[in-house]
Design a protein around this ligand. Structure first.
Ligand code: GLC
Length: 444
């Protein structure tokens, strides 16, 4: 049995329609506040990391509030780190003691999360690490990332990797059977020889699909943010996943398979430079940049999942909330140009921003202030039925002016009364002109 692009496209219909989601990296590592790789980076032993397990008590955890914040920002799905590389489980697994129910908080945090997300009407996803730095049978000495890599004490250690695989499969089974319908399963990640069948990926995906036939899976049973996997080839494996997961980079031309057909993809992106909480990382991207990157993803047929790293108590910090609020402002007025939209590949890329489109409507996302009228490359006056600003419905006129006469093949729009005047764009982030076309020229 193989996966196929038809099956992928069918499964990902709601996902491609949604375009925008929230990633949440949260766990024991939120206490030291130096990112989720702290155990690996600082080569901490289990014992050195243990104080965080003993003190994990996120009393402000309120997933309903997270879900409200995500929804207000225009996000349609949320993905939480049920287990990250440190092996600590936010869910109540029967196969380990290393879980939230055994910490001071004493609760199954995943259960509360999935319920809260569903109650807000969003789709729910869980991130699950294939890597496990806590399990005794996961490779250590020669592993690329393990906190105990290169540590002589582990050099001759015998591990039973099959035992680890049994554990991995059992836990994934818990994730897909104990929490109702899961919409996204976000595995992370494969590297070197730790890839594909090394995880018994066919068996794993057969089990996952048995319990959750519609779940959307990422491509990291085969790869990491550094690759695409077999989803772009003519030999798509059963465990290829349903979307490519570029990390911290927008693919400059979107992602297509070997035939040039578009393949679903999702940019995963941090607000600052850390996934998990890091109170000293002040390098936040501006809301303007982040909103524009969402537009760019959609213009290239992609999604964007934007990350927050709640703190040790379970709160989303104020710089992140401010960004979410700016998304709210923009998305509540301009979301129509994002949801269900695709790239306008039949039109040239405009210099002032991007086009997105849906059926017979083109959305011109104008980032850069034009001088006088604005050129609409690829569009003809006779094709245009009506133009308006999306945020307030006000009319945008086709421009006829002596300044445009020298360019008879180009259609121009103007924002105010006098054609050759320059009028400031209404929105500094992205002013969207909704261009309704006659006929069906722009059907894909
Ligand atoms: C990476 C990192 C990880 C993060 C993930 C999100 O592969 O290992 O810490 O969770 O990307 O995409």
């Amino acid at each position: 049995m193989k996966n196929s692009l038809e099956a992928i496209n069918k499964r990902t219909e709601w996902f491609r329609e949604s375009r925008f989601g929230m990633f949440i990296h949260w766990g024991l590592y939120s206490i030291p506040g130096k990112g989720e790789w702290i155990r690996s980076h600082q080569r901490l032993t289990v014992e050195e990391y243990e104080p965080y397990f003993e003190s994990f008590n996120p009393t402000e955890y309120n997933p309903r509030e997270w879900a409200r914040q995500a929804k207000a920002a225009g996000m349609k799905y949320m993905v939480l780190t049920a287990k990250h590389h440190d092996g600590f489980c936010l869910f109540d697994s029967d196969y380990t003691e290393y879980k939230a129910t055994n910490t001071p908080i004493g609760k199954d945090l995943v259960k509360e999360f999935v319920e809260a997300v569903r109650e807000e009407g969003l789709k729910v996803g869980l991130y699950f690490s294939l890597i496990d730095w806590y399990h005794k049978d996961f490779p250590k000495y020669a592993d690329l990332n393990h906190p105990m890599r290169g540590n002589e004490a582990y050099k001759d250690e015998k591990i039973d990797f099959d035992n680890y695989l049994t554990y991995l499969h059992n836990q994934v089974k818990e994730i897909v059977t104990k929490y109702g319908k899961i919409d996204i399963l976000w595995f992370d990640y494969s590297y070197e020889e730790m890839v594909g069948e090394k995880w018994q990926a066919t068996k794993l995906i057969e089990m996952v699909r048995h319990y959750q036939p519609d779940v959307i899976v990422d491509n990291r049973l085969e790869t990491s943010g550094e690759g695409f996997g077999s989803i772009v080839t003519d030999d798509i494996q059963l465990y290829s996943g349903d979307f490519v997961s570029p990390e911290q980079i927008v693919p400059h031309e979107g992602i297509r398979n070997y035939k040039g057909d578009p393949v679903p993809w999702e940019l995963c992106l941090t607000m600052n430079n850390n996934w998990a909480y890091n109170p000293t990382d002040y390098l936040y991207k501006s809301s303007k940049t982040l909103i524009r990157k969402l537009v760019e993803c959609v213009s290239k047929n992609g999604n964007m999942i934007l990350n927050v790293g709640p703190d040790a108590l379970g709160q989303i910090n104020s710089p992140s909330l401010a960004i979410l609020n700016d998304f709210h402002e923009w998305m509540s007025r301009n979301g129509e140009s994002i949801y269900g939209c695709v790239g306008a590949y039949d039109l040239p890329k405009p210099e002032w921003g991007y086009y997105t489109k849906k059926d017979n409507v083109i959305y011109a996302h104008v980032f850069e202030q034009p001088i006088g009228p604005i050129a609409l490359p690829g569009l003809k006056e006779e094709e245009i039925k009506r133009m308006s600003f999306l945020h307030d419905g006000s009319e945008v006129k086709i421009s006829k002016s002596w300044t445009t006469n020298a360019f008879p093949d180009m259609c121009f729009a103007q924002f105010g009364e006098i054609p050759h005047f320059t009028y400031p764009l209404p929105c500094d982030v992205d002013s969207v002109i909704k261009i309704e076309l006659r006929g069906d020229k722009n059907e894909n």
